[in-house]
Design a protein around this ligand. Structure first.
Ligand code: NAD
Length: 341
């Protein structure tokens, strides 16, 4: 059993912890919090040993009925690998302690590529990650883009990508962020950072991205255009998506045309926390014009799509499963991820 520590038990950390606990070959040896919160009670409820960043706060946790197993360093010492899911920028500050203790670590998309020196996506570069000490699982948007671009690049070759990201304003629990009634260019300059971030995993892809933020909390919506190298048809592209274990097709017959309806659907499917782990490509939007121009809309659940990638990244860094397809299959099976559509 791979002993996994989760440093930062928030939106991503709590999902990764539950996903680790669901796997047959790994276990959660501890999670960390900075202060008493609803999530700390969830850690207790799940039976995850709770560690804290600052031991001077131990009495506050104990007064709240939360047992503290020790500080973050003690948690790291007990682990084979740590998933750092602290807020963007904190992972960089944590890196020296992982180095000092000689621990393997996975950072998240809020960190720069340089923090790990290697950016990960299971379908695209699993084998390159084998045995490394550090890796960064790219952000939710980048994960969604990389899955789609890599799949079409393998099948037909990708000449160039243009994509517009319509981003959710905040996560559902984030009551302090906006906008409430605006469409904000993010950034107003072009390109946005997403294209260069795709290049940290797929350096050969020519890509330009634009981004804006809208007042919604559930999912980003991508509008994507690619020039393909080989001529193809809409049917052949749909077959590629149907055969991909982390690309789901939102079928025309469902009548789903929005993030809100897709959320209702994942809820009705009984997905934990309504998580959509796969890309939600809208079947109706999939188009191939003039033989080589591909278009589609896809929904990306920001809180969820990186979760299975973190699980595969754990196996890749530990080197316990050498074949990407085998790890992806194990992860999907344990989560119950049967791509929608
Ligand atoms: P979050 O704020 O929901 O959770 C972060 C957790 O880390 C909190 O529980 C906080 O208490 C804890 N924390 C803060 N400082 C800490 C420290 N020094 N030591 C230990 N724990 C500490 O953040 P999040 O949304 O889960 O984001 C985590 C990372 O994942 C970021 O890099 C982010 O960019 C990335 N990410 C987030 C999303 C998303 O949509 N939320 C999607 C993909 C990637």
């Amino acid at each position: 059993m791979i002993k996994v520590a989760i440093n930062g038990f928030g939106t991503i950390g709590k999902r990764v912890a539950d996903a680790v606990a669901a796997q047959p070959d790994m276990e959660v040896i501890g999670v960390s919090k900075t202060s008493v919160s609803a999530e700390a009670y969830i850690a207790k409820e799940r039976g995850y040993p709770l560690y804290i960043a600052d031991l001077s706060k131990k009495s506050a946790f104990e007064k709240a009925g939360l047992e503290v197993a020790g500080d973050v360093e003690a948690m790291l010492k007990a682990a084979d690998i740590v998933v750092d899911a602290t807020p963007g920028g904190v992972g960089e500050k944590n890196r020296p302690i992982y180095e000092k203790l000689g621990k393997k670590a996975i950072f998240q998309g809020g960190e720069e590529h340089e923090v790990a020196g290697f950016s990960f996506n299971a379908h695209a570069n699993y084998k390159e990650a084998l045995g490394k000490q550090f890796a960064r699982v790219v952000s939710c948007n980048t994960t969604g883009l990389v899955r789609l671009i890599h799949a079409l690049d393998q099948a037909f070759g990708v000449e160039r990508v243009r994509a517009v990201m319509v981003r959710r304003a905040a996560d559902p629990d984030d009551v302090k962020r906006g906008p409430v009634d605006a469409i904000v260019l993010n950034p107003a300059t072009i390109p946005s950072h997403h294209g260069p971030d795709v290049n940290t995993v797929l350096p050969q892809i020519k890509i330009v991205t634009l981004a804006m933020i809208v007042p919604t909390t559930f999912m980003h919506m991508h509008s994507i255009q690619m020039d393909l190298k080989k001529e193809t048809t809409r049917e052949e592209v749909l077959k590629v998506f149907e055969n991909h274990s982390r690309i789901g097709l939102v079928r025309k017959a469902t009548g789903i045309k929005s993030n809100a309806q897709l959320r209702e659907y994942t809820q009705d499917l009984g997905r934990p926390r309504t998580d959509l782990w796969e890309n939600g490509v809208f079947e109706e939007s999939v188009s191939v014009l003039n033989g080589k121009e591909f278009y589609c809309f896809q929904a990306i659940h920001q809180e969820a799509d990186v979760v299975p990638e973190n699980i595969d990244c754990i196996r890749a860094l530990m080197g316990t499963v050498k074949d990407p397809e085998e790890s992806i299959r194990m992860t999907n099976e344990a989560l119950g991820l049967v791509a929608i559509g």
